[in-house]
Design a protein around this ligand. Structure first.
Ligand code: NAD
Ligand code: UFG
Length: 333
């Protein structure tokens, strides 16, 4: 029996693949390479010294997805595949709804056809919209501010309705906060196409001399230094949460949702200074206007994951900054 990772060559999927293989799980990866490189598969094999089946396939192609279930014995699915750029989702909403939602529907219908009824879904803190208070617990009201976020909310609803209708199903939605960092080997990490939207990859390209300076989007928020506060979580900690979720999924019925964050909020300037200190570098930055759609503060209350999954983030901000830079400097072209 194998665990299928959709989007398993992407940033979070590849790190989770490593941890699953290291823990002795059999895995299968499916990815359409729309936002990753095929070589990531070799890197996963190099790091773990273990092999797995890889399908270059698109979730939108029902025949291909059915063939994967036909040819393999899949016990659970971890569903990472999706488009994830907030800004792009506002420019191309139909593409985002089609890829993320239709792709998920095809996956769920195929799982049902082949009697696979256990799924972990990559949701996001974006489903909390602009929270009234922090830290955020799982029962906070849900809302979204962009099509990307709406796809996450809709998929959570689709999963809830599916589990309600088919009691033999079980599902865990993991609401990730801000994943950063990379595997300590420096072989896999975050490698966005073009100019990064997210803070940590942007800082890395400034450090590498590929970008002149960081634009700090706003210094007039109601936060300790006026810059936006987020809950940054090391991608390896996040990956380990999937192993705990899988363990829980195998012993439960119904649907659960967990925040996956550290519970600590750091400002943009905290991150800049931590990166400088961890890597003995200087990051040039300028204060720029607020970015449309950004909120002041977002961090998790991750108590539920600790109590029910036995999971807790253990890596420090220094680890996140060191590992991110280790990956960038080894892989920059
Ligand atoms: P990523 O883009 O690195 O990985 C997603 C992978 O899915 C890519 O390799 C891409 O090629 C693949 N993919 C996309 N559409 C597909 C399709 N139709 N068929 C097959 N493969 C497809 O992103 P990531 O950062 O690893 O994120 C993984 C998941 O976690 C996504 O669903 C994302 O929305 C969610 N998430 C990410 C963050 C973050 O900040 N990285 C935060 C919260 C939630
Ligand atoms: N920021 C800058 N300059 C930059 C990039 C970001 O100042 O060049 C600031 C932002 O204004 C924000 C903070 O850095 O205050 C973090 O921004 P990111 O873009 O790295 O992350 P977001 O919190 O905006 O969004 C991320 C993902 C979303 C996800 C959300 C919650 O991109 O997909 O975390 O999980 F929904």
């Amino acid at each position: 029996m194998a665990v299928l990772l959709t989007g398993g060559l992407g940033y979070i999927g590849s790190h989770t693949a490593v941890e699953l293989l290291n823990s002795g799980e059999e895995i299968i990866i499916l990815d359409n390479l729309s936002n990753c490189k095929r070589e990531v598969a070799d890197k996963i094999r190099e790091i773990t010294n273990k092999d797995f089946k890889l399908y270059i396939a698109d979730l939108l192609n029902r025949a291909d997805i059915e063939k994967i279930f036909e040819d393999n014995s899949i016990s659970e699915v971890i569903h990472f595949a999706g488009l994830k750029a907030v800004g792009e989702s506002c420019e191309k909403p139909l593409e985002y709804y089609h890829n993320n939602i239709t792709g998920t529907l095809i996956l769920l219908e195929t799982m049902r056809k082949y009697g696979c009824n256990k799924i972990v879904f990559s949701s996001s803190a974006t489903v909390y919209g602009n929270p009234k208070t922090v830290p955020i617990t799982e029962d906070f009201p849900l809302s979204t501010t962009n099509p990307y976020g709406t796809t996450k909310l809709f998929i959570e609803q689709i999963l809830q309705d599916t589990v309600k209708a088919y009691p033999e199903w079980s599902c865990i939605n993991l609401r990730y906060f801000n994943p950063v960092g990379a595997h300590s080997s420096g072989k896999i990490g975050e490698d966005p196409n073009g100019i990064p939207n997210n803070l940590m990859p942007y800082i890395n390209l400034v450090a590498a001399g590929k970008l002149d300076h960081l634009n700090v989007f706003g210094n007039d928020y109601d936060t300790k230094d006026g810059t936006g506060v987020r809950d940054y979580i090391h991608v390896v900690d996040l990956s380990l949460a999937h192993l705990k979720a899988l363990e829980k999924l195998r012993n439960m019925q119904g649907i659960e949702v967990y925040n996956i964050g550290t519970g600590e909020g750091y400002s943009v300037l905290d991150i800049v200074h931590a990166f400088e200190k961890a890597n003995d570098l200087t990051i040039k930055y300028e204060i720029a206007p607020r970015r449309v759609g950004d909120i002041a503060t977002c961090y998790a209350d991750a108590t539920k994951a600790k109590v029910e999954l036995g999971w807790k983030a253990t890596k420090s901000l220094e680890d996140m900054c060191k590992d991110a830079w280790n990956y960038t400097k080894n892989n920059i072209k």
